[in-house]
Design a protein around this ligand. Sequence first.
Ligand SMILES: [Zn+2]
Length: 501
Amino acid sequence: MTDAAALVPYEEAISRYEPVIGLETHVELGTVTKMFCGSPAEFGAEPNSAVCPVCLGLPGSLPVVNRAAIEYTIRIGLALNCSIASWCRFARKNYFYPDMPKNFQISQYDEPLCTDGWLEVTVDETLVRVGIERVHLEEDTGKSLHVGGATGRIHGADYSLVDYNRAGIPLVEVVTKPIPGTGALAPFVARAYVTELRDLLRALDVSDVRMEEGSLRTDVNTSLAPRGSGAWGTRTETKNVNSLRSVERAVRFEIERQAAVLDGGGRVIQETRHFQEGSGTTTPGRSKEEAQDYRYFPEPDLVPVAPSREWVEKIRASLPELPSARRARLQAEWGLSDREMAALRNAGALELVAETVAAGAAPAEASKWWRGELARRANESGAELAALPVTPAEVARVAELVASGTLSDKLARQVLDGILAGEGSPDEIVAARGLAVVSDDTALLAAVDEAIEANPEVAAKVRSGKTPAAGVLVGAVMKATRGQADAARVSELILQRLTGS
Ligand SMILES: [Zn+2]
């Protein structure tokens, strides 16, 4: 067996072999109804409640193309710089699967709606233009539930149930061209591409792009060839990888595994593989050498799709600002370097900072709180930054209180403590905890006089000209005001009292 998990350490593998990657991403579209019928395309409904004769494949029922799904797919194609077909057809892909009631899937084969585009990603300050081969539409299948076994798989199950709610949900597949020349960056390019695609789809408002719920999943292709050989190796296809981190790990593991196969004089088998979240490994699935012939033919129950040029241009004109353009604009507005911008993005803080700035904070302040104090808190609790129980509006209010002199940085951190502990709004916490900086001179002078009275020897030293000794008195006032006084102002008041200057 070539799969006895023999691995070559990553750096060594990459020093001798050149990887080529490719990514096929499936996206559930967020349309109101299904691809070819009027059944609701909603999640979480009672099993087999969101169905009709068409998506159940009952005899005599006929599909009708969902115009919104076509429009969404054109939006995606345009945003990915693709050409949009002026005429294309759906195709019938024939195979049996228990959760696919028609015994065929309506897909697109040799006439995809969108072709030949690109999407740019930046990794380690290296710009990579990922070619897009095609964007096509198809329908999803139903879902099988295997009951009674330990693993939830069919093996060992007592019986299986089928839910056809998902049968017929519009599914878009975005397929890249092979991506050569990324070398050691290959796993990171794969991850950056899926991240950028997810952000793009979210900006286009065509899908909820929740990877953990399966509405966006990626097949990861990896091949390896000896460095400098100019050849491409045989690729494997790791199916349905459903997190950004797993995309990166799957490529990395396949590089290490395939290098070991090639080092041992073996050959990489063209096959589909499964990613194992727990171990970070891939295991063999079905071999492509025994893959079935799907007997594709043009779907006879559907008319061709022929989007008019006017419609396509109307859709193009309605595209929102895309993530890459938005990032460039924000970076310029905020005056950040490429490195600072990349750091914000890597910390998952970009949207939070943008919302905090929109709520009125200065960009530098918004960035400071999210990347400093709050990133530290998130790290400590093992939470995502965005999952902290503090809103951008609250951070903006804290920044405003600091800017107006009501809070020092130190007090602001205590306010953030209060917000994270669920004590209320920043203003409520300032009031309840008595945190505002004491800037009223009358209150400060009382504390200053008390400190002088309690430290007569220190006061005498300051009077005789040893002004550095005043630090002791400043410390006493700060202690008496629980750190809420402005230390510089306290120092001024002490010197005024004792030296008249
Ligand atoms: Zn239906």
